[in-house]
Design a protein around this ligand. Structure first.
Ligand code: TAP
Length: 516
């Protein structure tokens, strides 16, 4: 491994300004990856105003990948000013919607051309298994941009029959307008995909944006910035500021020139953002934490429920917002279910995320691993049965064993709080007690996702009606799609990502009335 500073220059097809990019380059995964590491403001990669940097770490071995610029308050002001200028006076605001769509398609194509490089960067920065990073982290990001690119020229208002001012006539029509400068603040579990889910809808609607990636995973968003410039996005439309949430995120949420905040992260931070956004009454959408219940009935296809149930918990090493935080398994199949899960866990290959045969990579960062180990200790102390795992894996990096707890009772901490890691939390329910298990599944302040396994379609639909969650999976799990709205109820937040609904999070409606 080596870290090399390289200066590359290129001239975009239709751009007068030269883009100078300082890369940290590394040879790995049978390729050279070139990683921008500076703030991206007004179409340029620049050091933080005060020159501050921090190290981003590879969780597979604890090594430093790159020293990244840490944006300051002055950088936030510059980026917001650039986004405002681009929105109000730049080429972006004058562009035809179809042309905007073309730019987004071009960006999606470029992301696809660079998918191996993006997936490698994502893998070393977040610990995602490379094969998954390629398919999901990067693959779904490309699809998201394509999906929203298609919306650009289909954003339409309505004509509305209002009372006429006789003898004159009246007509009211509505226009869907972009909001202006949007701030986007995202977490570290799917760094590029979280960027894509929000930015694609935001851009398709015609806004400009300033995005803050999670401090621990800034690299794919900076690579994305490079690709957006190469695709020909006008300067100032997309600005990326790596840095601290308390500083950069906080200032963005309070900033008077920012009109909307799109946030994904924890519920406490979401509440803080909502408070900050009140300073100028920004529009807000919040995708927050979850403790998603998964109910498994004895009349399910058991092997499928085992496989999907495991995916529901261990996908992306459990760092998955819709991860099944609690499994309710019907008494008559409980022991067999647990036995099969443990049997399958033993077949999982834990190791180097870049190795194509690896199933389970390192947790995202050290502090998170430590929190997870503590979570398991709490579970044991409370009297839940630790059936498997619960420990750090003895190898370099931040690996954790896939873990299973049974005999988890409703009052326990691990029954109520999200782990955000590879921890299966299993509770039994009495045979046939549909309403009892529903009551327990809904006894949480979260309401992000949920799932049910049963061959009885009436029971499944009844359950889906009663579950208080923004997403219900029946006989499947983790089946998200760019066209389907995604977002939570209760303290899992409000506002949707993906699908047509996401577009409206980034639009405002103007009603125009004419008399003739
Ligand atoms: P948070 O601590 O909430 O961090 C999320 C982002 O907010 C980070 O970029 C963080 O910056 C920033 N931030 C922190 N304080 C802020 C403030 N005062 N103002 C503005 N921004 C601030 O969450 P996390 O620990 O990174 O992520 C895990 C949580 O996210 C889990 O609870 C998980 O359920 C949730 N999550 C939810 C979803 C959906 S779709 N609902 C998806 C993924 C994750 P730093 O980089 O400095 O921390």
């Amino acid at each position: 491994d080596f870290i090399q500073m390289a200066v590359r220059k290129f001239r975009g097809e239709d751009k007068e300004e030269e883009l100078v990019i300082d890369y940290v380059s590394k040879n790995m995964n049978n390729m050279t990856v070139n990683m921008p590491y500076q703030c991206f403001i007004n179409g340029q990669f620049v050091n933080a105003d005060d020159g501050k940097t921090y190290d981003t770490i590879n969780p597979a071995d604890g090594s430093i990948i790159a020293s990244v610029s840490s944006a300051s308050l002055a950088d936030v002001d510059k980026a917001v000013a650039a986004a405002k200028e681009a929105f109000e006076n730049g080429e972006w605001g004058r562009m035809n919607a179809r042309e905007r769509g073309r730019l987004m398609y071009r960006l999606a194509d470029l992301m696809e051309e660079h998918q191996e490089e993006l997936a490698t960067i994502e893998s070393i920065d977040s610990g995602a298994v490379y094969t998954l990073a390629l398919k999901t982290h990067v693959g779904m990001s490309v699809q998201t941009f394509r999906y929203f690119a298609g919306w650009c020229d289909k954003i339409q208002g309505a004509t509305i029959p209002i009372n006429q001012a006789r003898p004159n006539h009246n007509l009211t029509f509505t226009k869907k307008e972009p909001i202006g400068v949007c701030a986007i603040v995202i977490p570290w579990n799917y760094p590029l995909m979280m960027l894509a889910w929000k930015s694609a809808a935001c851009l398709a609607a015609g806004n400009t944006l300033v995005l803050k990636p999670a401090q621990v995973t800034p690299l794919t968003s900076l690579k994305f910035a490079e690709l957006s410039a190469k695709a020909g996005f006008p300067k100032g439309v997309i600005n990326i500021l790596p840095g601290s949430g308390g500083l950069v995120g906080q200032h963005l949420s309070e900033h008077p020139d920012v009109r909307k905040v799109g946030f994904t992260g924890s519920t406490p931070t979401g509440k803080q953002i909502m408070k900050s956004a009140a300073t100028n009454l920004k529009k807000v959408s919040l995708e927050l934490g979850g403790k998603s219940p998964l109910i498994i009935f004895s009349d399910c296809e058991l092997d499928r429920a085992v496989k999907m149930g495991m995916g529901a918990v261990y996908f992306n090493k459990g760092e998955n917002c819709i991860a099944a935080g609690r499994l309710f398994v019907e008494e008559s199949i409980h022991d067999e279910f647990v036995r099969k899960v443990v049997e399958e866990i033993k077949k999982m290959k834990i190791g180097d995320p870049l190795d194509r045969s690896t199933d389970h990579g390192p947790q995202n960062h050290k502090a998170h691993l430590e929190k997870l180990l503590q979570y398991c200790e709490t579970g044991v102390k409370e009297g839940a049965t630790l059936v498997h795992g619960g420990r750090q894996v003895h190898r370099p990096g931040f690996f954790m064993e896939p873990t299973v707890f049974t005999d988890v009772e409703d009052h326990m901490y691990i029954a109520q709080e999200e782990s955000f890691g590879p921890v299966m939390v299993i509770s039994k329910f009495k045979n046939g007690d549909v309403d009892g298990v529903l009551r327990r599944a809904n006894t949480t302040e979260y309401g992000l996702a949920s799932g049910v396994f049963t061959k009885d379609i009436s029971k499944a639909l009844y359950i889906s009606e009663k579950l208080e969650a923004g997403t219900v999976f029946i006989n499947t799990y983790n089946k998200t799609d760019v066209a389907a709205p995604f977002g939570g109820f209760k303290q899992s937040g409000f506002g949707k990502d993906l699908g047509e609904e996401a577009l409206h999070e980034y639009l405002r409606t103007k009603a125009i009335t004419v008399e003739y």
